[in-house]
Design a protein around this ligand. Structure first.
Ligand SMILES: [Zn+2]
Length: 109
């Protein structure tokens, strides 16, 4: 239950930031290569916020694509999965982003 641990951590951070205020919206950025299922994370989030000041808040998940640079030709390659091919045929890719999992915004009343 990878997603449950992540959801617990997010809820703990949001609770800290909110300091008792009612949270109405939480925005999380999840990279496509972070190995996290957004729907599963959403479900775990709903479970974790029960009884907290975040209960009822809207969870928005921003899925950002993976990005890598080809070591062969220097071109940037958009990835939907950890491995991929550059348009030049090269498979030697340096991962630039896509593994991030970040709390981006919290809205409180
Ligand atoms: Zn290339």
């Amino acid at each position: 239950m990878h997603e449950l641990e992540i959801a617990q951590e997010i809820v703990a951070i949001v609770n800290d930031h909110a300091a008792g205020a009612r949270v109405t919206r939480v925005l999380i950025e999840v990279g496509k290569l972070a190995a996290v299922l957004p729907e599963s994370l959403r479900f775990c989030f709903e479970v974790c916020v029960e009884g907290t000041s975040i209960e009822g808040a809207r969870l928005d998940i921003l899925e950002s694509p993976g990005l890598a640079r080809c070591r062969g030709c220097g071109a940037e390659v958009v990835l939907d999965q950890p491995a991929g091919l550059c348009a030049c045929g090269g498979a030697d890719l340096e991962l630039l982003s896509g593994r991030q999992l970040q709390l981006k915004e919290i809205e409180v009343i």
